[in-house]
Design a protein around this ligand. Structure first.
Ligand code: PGA
Length: 234
C-alpha cells in the first residue's frame, strides 16, 4: 500500500438506488460477513433518505462499516432549499463523495462548486473524497483523498459478460495515482473507481500507489460486495 496510509479503502457508492428496506437488508447481510480488520476501511454511501436508518443498523449490529454521503451542499445551513449541508450531515457521515462525474455531467457541477463543497466538508469534520476524471481536474485546497475515475470506465462492470468490463488497468490506475502523488504529495490517498468487481479488485489494491477502490454497480449486490471486501483484505 502506498504512501503513509497503510489502510485499504473499499467505498460503496449506491448512487440513486435502494429503498430503505433494501438498504437495511443489505446492511444485515453484508455487516456480519465482511472482514473486521484495522487496516480495512469499508464505507457505504447510500442515498440521503436511507442514511439515518443505515446508520442505526450499523451501530446496533456493531458492524465494521463507516457511513458516507454521495454529495453535500456548497453552502452552510440556511435558506438553501433542497440542500443537505455538511453541518447537518456530520451527525451521520464521516466521508462525502464530491464532484462525481455524474454530478458534473447531469447537474452542472463546476470545479468551483466542488471546491466550496470540499471546504464545507473539511470545516465540518467530514472527509471529502473528491472525484477527479484525470490529472487535469483541479484539486480543491485541503483535499487529502481523491477518487480517480475515468468517465469511460464507469458502470461497465457487471452489465457486461464477466471480464468484459472497461475498467482501467491496474497499471494504468497506478500510473495515474503515482503522478497525482508526485504532484500533490505522498500523503494524498488515491482511490480507483470505474467498473470494479470481485474479478478485478485484487489487481487494483495490490498496486503500490492505490489506496482503495470506489465501487458503484457491484456494491449493490450483497454477495459481490462481500467478495470484494474479502479479496481486498487478503
Ligand atoms: P461503477 O461506478 O463501479 O458502477 O463503474 C463507480 C462510480 O461511479 O463511482
Amino acid at each position: 500500500m502506498a504512501g503513509l496510509d497503510k489502510n485499504i479503502w473499499i467505498i460503496a457508492n449506491w448512487k440513486s438506488n435502494k429503498t430503505i428496506s433494501e438498504a437495511l437488508d443489505w446492511v444485515s447481510q453484508v455487516g456480519p460477513k465482511v472482514p473486521k480488520k484495522d487496516n480495512l476501511k469499508i464505507v457505504v454511501c447510500p442515498t440521503f433518505s436511507s442514511l439515518s436508518e443505515v446508520k442505526k443498523a450499523i451501530t446496533v449490529g456493531n458492524f465494521p462499516i463507516l457511513l458516507g454521503a454521495q454529495d453535500l451542499s456548497p453552502f452552510g445551513a440556511g435558506a438553501y432549499t433542497g440542500e443537505e449541508s455538511a453541518g447537518l450531515l456530520n451527525q451521520l457521515v464521516e466521508l462525502a463523495i464530491l464532484g462525481h462525474s455524474e454530478r458534473r455531467k447531469d447537474f452542472g457541477e463546476t470545479d468551483e462548486m466542488v471546491a466550496e463543497k470540499t471546504q464545507q466538508a473539511l470545516g465540518n469534520n467530514i472527509t471529502p473524497l473528491v472525484c477527479i476524471q484525470g490529472e487535469e481536474t483541479p484539486m480543491p485546497e485541503g483535499c487529502q483523498m481523491v477518487a480517480y475515475e475515468p468517465t469511460w470506465a464507469i458502470s461497465t462492470g457487471l452489465t457486461n459478460t464477466p471480464g468484459a468490463g472497461k475498467a482501467d488497468t491496474p497499471e494504468g490506475a497506478n500510473k495515474m495515482a503515482s503522478l497525482l502523488k508526485q504532484k500533490y504529495g505522498s500523503n494524498l490517498k488515491v482511490i480507483y473507481g470505474g467498473s470494479v468487481t470481485a474479478s478485478n479488485v485484487k489487481g487494483f489494491v495490490i498496486e503500490e500507489n492505490i489506496n482503495g477502490v470506489l465501487v458503484g454497480n457491484a456494491s449493490l449486490d450483497v454477495e459481490e460486495f462481500i467478495e470484494i471486501c474479502k479479496l481486498a483484505s487478503q
